[in-house]
Design a protein around this ligand. Structure first.
Ligand code: AMP
Length: 175
């Protein structure tokens, strides 16, 4: 029985072949975010799945920010921004990683939470898992505990989950 959020995602998800480059089937969740009831259902499912298990959320630039801000507000917890390399000031941790298309780095400012804080990592799509694996390393290097991983859409043929170790991974829809 699909959840209300899964029904919304399956109804509203848009797919674009060969974007942003040939061979990539790009999954666009913006139509889901642009529907108020659908967006609320995503947040409710993520908050409910991890209720009581996290002290903060970390959103991955840029679409993860949308989820993290709303989950953080709904659950009354702290919000961390994991940003692409070179955008954060001060003392930052950096992790390099490979993408389905290209490579990149992600960064996190240090000292924002108490050591041992349980952080829930949120992003829109779990593809190869490189982005979330790099974020998980940042969370642990910063002295926090990974509470879990929440994504709206998991692309199972790319086996990203296998790169996330024994993390608790919740996906609203797996394709
Ligand atoms: P990955 O590190 O391969 O798991 O990629 C995850 C990140 O890249 C997510 O933040 C997604 O927004 C984006 N991404 C990767 N592949 C796709 C895809 N096929 N459609 C949409 N977004 C994607």
């Amino acid at each position: 029985m699909p959840t209300p959020a899964a029904v919304h995602v399956n109804t509203l998800l848009a797919s674009y072949p060969d974007f942003p480059q040939p061979g990539i089937l790009f999954r666009d969740l913006n139509p889901v975010f642009a529907d108020a009831a659908a967006f609320r259902s995503l947040i409710d499912e993520l908050v409910g799945r991890f209720a009581g298990e996290f002290d903060a959320v970390a959103g991955i630039e840029a679409r993860g920010f949308l989820l993290a801000a709303a989950v953080g507000y709904a659950a009354d917890v702290a919000v961390l921004a994991v940003r692409k390399g070179g955008k954060l000031p001060g003392a930052v941790l950096t992790e390099d990683y490979d993408l389905e298309y290209g490579s990149a780095s992600l960064e996190l400012e240090i000292g924002q939470l108490a050591p041992g804080s349980r952080v829930l990592v949120l992003d829109d799509v779990l593809a190869t898992g490189g982005t979330i694996a790099a974020t998980s390393r940042l969370i642990e290097r910063a002295g926090y505990a990974l509470a879990g991983v929440g994504v709206v859409l998991e692309l199972t043929e790319l086996a990203g989950r296998s790169r996330l170790g024994d993390a608790a991974v919740h996906t609203i829809v797996a394709l």
